[in-house]
Design a binder for this molecule. Sequence first.
Ligand code: NDP
Length: 286
Amino acid sequence: MAHIISGKALAAEVKQRVAQGVAELKAQGHAVCLRVFLVGDDPASATYVAGKQRDCAECGITSQLVRLPADTTQQQLVEQVLRASEDDTVSGVLVQLPLPAHIQEDAVIAAIAPHKDVDGFTPVNVGRLVLGQPCFVPCTPAGCLAMLRAAGVPIAGRRAVVLGRSNIVGKPMALLVLREHATVTVCHSRTQGLADICREADILVAAVGKAGFVTADMVKPGAAVIDVGINRNAAGKLCGDVDFDAVQPLAGAISPVPGGVGLMTRAMLMENTLRAAQMAAGQAAL
Ligand code: NDP
């Protein structure tokens, strides 16, 4: 039976550490504040943002939510983001994605100052990650790496397979485990022989967005399986990309959904926000 990597327990530990760091900064008179921009009224985005606000409250971080109507222009949003980037009372700036179709996400993300880019999505931070330089790492891959470390999964020299190549999960995940000296393969919708590739993985990270995509025959016995997917199964129940019940008996370690990567993603955002505030106070570097 696989060791279950609980995102719940680990996220609670991370948030406790963050709360302590926040309290220390605030005692010295420094601001610790996350400003979140939410455009339009996508219910899923509103739920994610509400979760972030709860996490901020738990950690003692001031959370400022800027709600903007769906017909906000790109220029209006960019101006607001630039203003937040220049505001000394704001430690971290986050733009909740997706944005309405008439707004180019790249243009808005590029307006976030790299030293406040707590999601790690700006070209500067992405470039630093590619170059192996210190940077803000996107929260979901950072959470996955923290889970692997917490479970004592060896990474250096091991084969890692990442399913998915999105800019927010798959690509940065691959770069992170590469930085940790894994031998990395990235798979996507055009990959041929995907099951064979997966079976070679000591570490398998699934970020596809399809319920039950990873089946038992795709997993090497003893492998560490990290499930990033957030889906609903036929019964409407929240589930990941991995057929958990079938894979758990043969994996070495596995993260559940719910109670896995999602919670760690949120905790990593708190950690990044604390770091941004520490940097502003001259107490930390990237
Ligand atoms: P995207 O839709 O941006 O990317 C999905 C990736 O999966 C793409 O690279 C796509 O390939 C690949 N893919 C799709 N179908 C197949 C297939 N049949 N075989 C192989 N690869 C395939 O999704 P995200 O990366 O944003 O998210 C992935 C999942 O993770 C979603 O369920 C999302 O909800 C979840 N998520 C969870 C988070 C968390 O905190 N737990 C945070 C962010 C996302 P191609 O590039 O060729 O199209």
